[in-house]
Design a binder for this molecule. Structure first.
Ligand code: SF4
Ligand code: SF4
Length: 181
């Protein structure tokens, strides 16, 4: 999450985690009757149950709505691809790490080029078999599964252009040489 969004949450008078705010916003909507959420630990289940039992339609006032709008703007203005990292597009037959690529690509816009390339090298180049965006052959299998309707093939091309520069290529060459021994 961009620093600006974290700051908006941190400075608000009521203290909730970003996940709690997200659930509160959903439960506040009259159109929403059921919220499906991925949960990995018992703590997450407890936390989500607690939020569900203490939030209902009309819980959020205009001030809270306005703060959340500002958070949304802070995130969207810094996010190149609206990937949530859900992984529904995986596995890719060519081994492309789609969520990892988009996470690194987005990072370029809120954390700078250096850290974005470091993250991308870690998740795609420092592997026995490359999981780089440039391995994409454009079959389109992944796009049918993306709930965010992301033009994955197009965005992978953009990410590859930005992230697979000379430093990346040198690192990958070293990994290939290392493998040969
Ligand atoms: S379009 Fe590219 S990234 Fe998507 S499944 Fe096919 S090869 Fe993998
Ligand atoms: S399915 Fe879409 S949103 Fe989910 S990880 Fe893949 S690209 Fe990202």
């Amino acid at each position: 999450m961009p620093e600006e969004a974290k700051k908006l949450f941190a400075e608000y008078k009521d203290s909730y985690t970003p996940a709690q705010w997200a659930f509160r916003w959903l439960y506040n909507q009259p159109e929403v009757t059921c919220v499906l959420s991925g949960m990995n630990t018992l703590e997450m289940i407890d936390d989500n149950v607690k939020t569900a039992s203490t939030t209902e339609i009309g819980s959020l006032g205009p001030e809270e709505e306005e703060m959340l709008q500002r958070v949304v703007y802070a995130i969207n203005s810094r996010m190149k691809v609206g990937c949530t990292g859900c992984g529904y597009c995986m596995p890719c037959p060519k081994g492309v790490d789609i969520p990892g690529t988009f996470s690194s690509y987005n990072r370029r816009y809120y954390d700078g080029k250096f850290w974005s390339v470091v993250e991308y090298i870690k998740c795609t180049a420092l592997r026995k078999t490359s999981t780089a965006a440039s391995n994409c052959v454009g079959c389109g299998n992944c796009e049918a599964h993306c709930p965010q309707h992301i033009a994955i093939r197009e965005e992978l091309k953009n990410a590859s252009k930005e992230l697979e520069g000379p430093v990346y290529k040198v690192v990958r060459k070293f990994v290939e040489l290392f493998k040969a021994f």
